[in-house]
Ligand binder design. Structure first.
Ligand code: UDP
Ligand code: MG
Length: 324
């Protein structure tokens, strides 16, 4: 193969592209995903492997995946012992991946598999990681709005401007995946970690469809926790903002006290002052709760880390050719 540079050797019996897909209750999407993915990959004419991680699905996902893997030597299915979350599931697949280029993809067909060659070509141009940017995003307004804000904050926090951290249609060079595997954080937000260690990153616009089968696996709490992964994983920004907020409120309190003093001297004591104090009190109590919650979040995360639990537990691996 002379069209591949030194960095992209085609090693005998080793896939060139690994496609990594986390699956959590996606029984309605898997067959179509598989068919479209195979078609897109076959057209690239390079050896590939497809690694599905079943992240503790409670529906028929694992049965469907096992059936597909039984006839397809390019497919590997990692069955996790329970639901560990999307990013842990991707990590599990990373550990098994062998390709020179590793592509992550959602199972719900919101990211069209037909876009994979675009990402692969971009990596071949010399970038270490390529992120998809959802051009026309088919999600709810609230999520789009929150995502916009989060991307801006995350870009500041990570120190690398990325337009769309949330898009999981991304490609990574083998060396970058190996680097990422050295990080042992329990909850890590993969696109942000990649951006923080890659030397050169690119973004390409990709299509985005609405989910047709199944529901989004992220409810409010799960989304909150994921975004905390992103923010606390890379900085102390939330807790630092809290300090700033504390200082500002104290300043306001002092100014207000000063105002009441002056008013007492010139106008005399106010009778209903008690109510003003209540208002002030509520503000402070609210801030205290916020502060406690924020500190609790960090301490909770420290607790999770120091227990040294595994990021994921593999129950079984299904693949046609048994590899070491
Ligand atoms: N997913 C997973 N484990 C989870 C949640 C999600 O493996 O705990 C998978 C899910 O099956 C899908 C991908 O991660 O392939 C993205 O999830 P989803 O489409 O629900 O997220 P959204 O598009 O709403 O951000
Ligand atoms: Mg989705």
């Amino acid at each position: 193969m002379n069209d591949t540079s030194d960095a992209f050797r085609l090693v005998q019996n080793r896939p060139y592209v690994s496609v990594v897909i986390p699956v959590y209750n996606e029984e309605g999407n898997l067959q179509e995903l598989y068919t479209r993915l195979k078609q897109a990959l076959d057209m690239m004419n390079k050896p590939y492997e497809i690694i599905f991680t079943n992240d503790g699905s409670k529906d028929k996902s694992i049965q469907i995946l096992k059936r597909l893997a039984a006839d397809d030597p390019s497919m590997v299915v990692i069955d996790l012992s329970r639901n560990f979350g999307q990013h842990a599931a991707v990590y599990a697949a990373f550990t098994r991946s062998q390709g020179e280029i590793v592509v992550t993809l959602d199972a719900d067909l919101q990211n069209p598999p037909e876009e994979i060659p675009k990402l692969v070509h971009k990596i071949e141009e010399g970038f270490e990681t390529v992120g998809g940017v959802r051009g026309e995003r088919n999600d709810s307004m609230v999520r789009k709005g929150l995502s916009y804000m989060l991307n801006r904050v995350a870009s500041r926090v990570v120190g690398v401007t990325v337009k769309d951290y949330g898009c999981m249609l991304r490609a990574y060079r083998r060396s970058l995946v190996d680097d990422m595997l050295q990080y042992e954080d329990l909850s890590v937000f993969i696109p942000a970690l990649a951006a923080s260690i890659a030397n050169n990153a690119a973004e390409v616009i990709v299509d985005h469809s609405a989910r047709t089968k199944g529901k989004s696996k992220y409810n409010f709490m799960k989304l909150l926790s994921l975004n905390f992964d992103l923010l606390t994983g890379f900085s102390l920004l939330p807790i630092q903002m809290l300090t700033v907020l504390g200082v500002l409120t104290s300043l306001c309190g002092i100014l207000f006290g000063f105002f009441l003093l002056v008013r007492r001297l010139f106008v005399g004591p106010e009778v209903e002052g008690a109510f003003t104090l209540f208002a002030v009190l509520f503000v402070f109590v609210g801030l205290l709760f916020l502060a406690l919650g924020m500190i609790g979040e960090y301490i909770g995360r420290i607790y999770l880390e120091v227990r040294h639990r595994p990021r994921f537990i593999i129950r079984r691996i299904y693949s046609k050719e048994q590899r070491a």
